[in-house]
Design a protein around this ligand. Structure first.
Ligand code: PGA
Length: 254
């Protein structure tokens, strides 16, 4: 597949996998994907498995990501984890503002923006998630909602930092439901996001930002989704928990 932007496919393991299970999955992926150079690959295990998984992937083509981080560098923030601590495990990416955190932990765009800034300042690349709820889509408010999430969540980034940020468009109604956005629906919102980034930053920055699609990505729909002009990768939940499925998504996307 010939695209200017290199695809980035990341697995979001969410709150799944013990350390032993994480090692099995990571070892299997290293084996299956060792020859892939066309796609940037990342896996985002739970915090508790980062240390062990980092040893498995360190010399491979698979990069490590975390699923969240604090906007603070250190100090009295019980239960929180700072970007610098993630760097200790050679993490390269961090997922920020996932819809589950927006919904259950009440994360705001403002908080996501502060985390994204802190991630860049520590040398981590944020994967900033946005996406509308079903009722937003049904009432024709997709662009309004996604647009305001994008604006709020990248506020304060420099153009260089934006270029190194991955945006993940994940319609909430498609997450874990088996309902995927059609490739046309995905492309429409991705193009909207890219245009908006052009307005907020500049055209050159906007054409370089990678925008992932997320929401029930599977081996059999990956190719068509990745084939869309403004779809530059995938953020995969459920199907990233099995070696075969996650590998096939990547291999089918090349
Ligand atoms: P899903 O999750 O692939 O299970 O729909 C995607 C995500 O939440 O990142």
């Amino acid at each position: 597949m010939d695209k200017e932007r290199k695809l980035i496919i990341a697995g979001n393991w969410k709150m799944n996998k013990t350390v032993a299970e994480s090692l099995d999955l990571a070892n299997g992926l290293v084996r299956e994907l060792k020859d892939v150079t066309e796609v940037d690959i990342a896996i985002c295990p739970p915090f508790t498995a980062l240390s062990e998984v980092s040893k498995v992937v360190i010399d491979s083509n698979i990069r490590l990501g975390a699923q969240n981080m604090s906007e603070n560098d250190y100090g009295a923030h019980t239960g929180e984890i700072a970007a610098g601590m993630l760097k200790e495990f050679s993490a390269k990416y961090v997922i920020l503002g996932h819809s589950e955190r927006r919904q259950y932990q009440r994360e705001s765009d403002e908080l996501v923006a502060a985390k994204a800034k802190a991630a860049h300042e520590t040398g981590l690349k944020p994967i900033v998630c946005v996406g509308e709820q079903l009722e937003d889509r049904e009432s024709g408010r997709t662009e309004e909602i996604v647009g305001s999430q994008v604006r709020g969540s990248v506020a304060g980034l420099t153009a260089d930092q934006m270029e190194g940020t991955v945006v993940a468009y994940e319609p909430v109604w498609a997450i874990g439901t088996g309902k995927t956005a059609t490739s046309a629906q995905a492309q429409e919102v991705h193009a909207f996001i890219r245009n908006l980034l052009g307005d907020i930053f500049d055209e050159d920055t906007a054409v370089r930002v990678r925008i992932q699609y997320g929401g029930s990505v599977k081996p059999d729909n990956a190719r068509e989704l990745m084939g869309q002009a403004d779809v530059d990768g995938a953020l995969v939940g459920g199907a990233s928990l099995e070696v075969r499925k996650f590998s096939e998504i990547i291999l089918n996307s090349i």
